[in-house]
Ligand binder design. Structure first.
Ligand code: NAD
Ligand code: TYD
Length: 349
């Protein structure tokens, strides 16, 4: 039986990747390694936790010895590495955590793979990264796979460093790696610190919607299951040593997106038109706030035949429906540590 290690599988994107692999590859053992930080929640995987080809292991990728022991135990054929600290605002408040997990943790996994993969045939180390490594765009242009790295936040700097280390392990030690850099994801199970779930939750609870700066920053949004489909394709068919950009061809200025969200929320909650928009509150801008991200995804489309399957309107509506139907999930993940952190951050603004 083949064994694949998926790190960060209890998080937002990871849980969708774990589910897809567990269902699609019943003859393959899927090991989900996750530290269960504030962002990791096993509730995200309740529906597949009893599948015979699924195993959960709690662990920290920063713990090199534990990663070697894990490789020894399962003799992995492949790794899909998603575990990371993922929120830019947290990286501004506490950069060291990002250096430990995103950089040191990634190098620990590279070392373990290199040690156990004396024979590299059929092996693959797939590192999941972000378009934020390329920096910030002006009004024109798109990030391609050859755009120079120019990370500007502690989060993107740590992710960019980890991408460099993954490539270094390929060029120096011959480790069979592949990397993808994706734009902003949205969908079910995203922790409500990121824009869309935070604002959906605040609208439900009639709380202010904190728009950073003038709300003119642009992001390229992709439905999370389309990202998971791309990850499946790249894991199985991507060329070793290559990088693939993944994006939604779906650019939105924050304030325009927020206004559309407000309108749909009013309809779905049967509130008077304009109710949610009144919650919009302009707050101090994020430090170093990148203006625009946008991906040219033509390489993955031309070489692997991937393109986004969902229109944004449909994806957004499905996403809102999920959060409305899963209030217990929201209450659970927003209790305790989260509440303290965000009350503090909000009061500072
Ligand atoms: P997330 O924060 O929702 O989940 C991260 C997961 O990693 C959590 O389950 C957490 O418990 C786990 N984790 C954190 N530190 C760990 C450690 N030291 N050891 C083991 N597990 C640990 O993140 P996400 O949004 O699902 O992002 C997943 C990956 O995709 C990240 O590498 C991120 O950089 C990348 N990415 C995210 C987006 C996006 O829009 N969310 C876009 C492009 C790329
Ligand atoms: P976010 O979801 O944090 O993703 P990223 O910073 O990785 O792109 O933020 C998306 C955009 O929304 C970004 O331009 C920052 C902005 N934003 C707000 O205006 N208010 C908020 O409360 C948050 C969380 C984000």
């Amino acid at each position: 039986m083949q064994s694949i290690l998926i790190t960060g599988g209890a998080g937002f994107i990871g849980s969708h990747v774990v589910r897809l692999f567990v269902k699609q590859y019943p003859d393959c053992r899927i090991v989900n390694l996750d530290k269960l930080t504030y962002a990791g929640n096993l509730e995200n995987l309740r529906d597949i936790e009893d599948a015979p080809n699924y195993v959960f292991e709690k662990g920290d990728i920063v713990d090199a010895e534990a990663m070697f022991a894990l490789f020894e135990k399962y003799q992995f054929d492949g790794v899909i590495h998603l575990a990371a600290e993922s929120h830019v605002d947290r990286s501004i408040a506490n950069p060291m955590e990002f250096i430990h997990t995103n950089l040191v943790g990634t190098v620990n996994l590279l070392n373990a793979a290199r040690h156990f993969w004396k024979d590299i045939s059929g092996k693959r180390f797939y590192h999941i990264s972000t378009d934020e490594v390329y920096g910030s765009l002006g009004d024109e242009g798109l990030f391609t796979e050859t755009t120079a790295y120019d990370p500007r936040s502690p989060y993107s700097a740590a992710k960019a460093s980890s991408d460099h280390f993954v490539r270094a392990w390929h060029h120096t030690y011959g480790l069979p790696v592949v990397i993808s850099n994706c734009s902003n994801n949205y969908g079910p199970n995203q922790f409500p610190e990121k824009l869309l779930p935070l604002f959906i939750n605040n609208i439900i609870n009639s709380k202010p919607l904190p728009v950073y700066g003038k709300g003119e920053n642009v992001r390229d949004w992709l439905y999370v299951i389309d990202h998971a489909r791309a990850i499946d394709l790249i894991y199985h068919k991507g060329q070793i040593g290559e990088t693939y950009n993944i994006g939604g061809h779906n650019e939105w200025k924050n304030i325009d997106l927020i206004k559309v969200l407000c309108k749909i929320m009013d309809q779905k909650l049967s509130r008077e038109a304009g109710t949610s928009e009144k919650l919009i509150t302009y707050v101090k801008d994020r430090a170093g706030h990148d203006m625009r991200y946008a991906i040219d995804a033509s390489k993955i489309q031309e070489e692997l035949g991937w393109k986004p399957s969902l229109q944004f309107e449909e994806g957004l509506s499905k996403t809102i429906d999920w959060y409305l139907a899963n209030k217990a999930w929201m209450d659970n993940v927003t209790s305790g540590e989260y509440q303290n952190y965000y009350t503090e951050q909000y009061e500072k603004r």
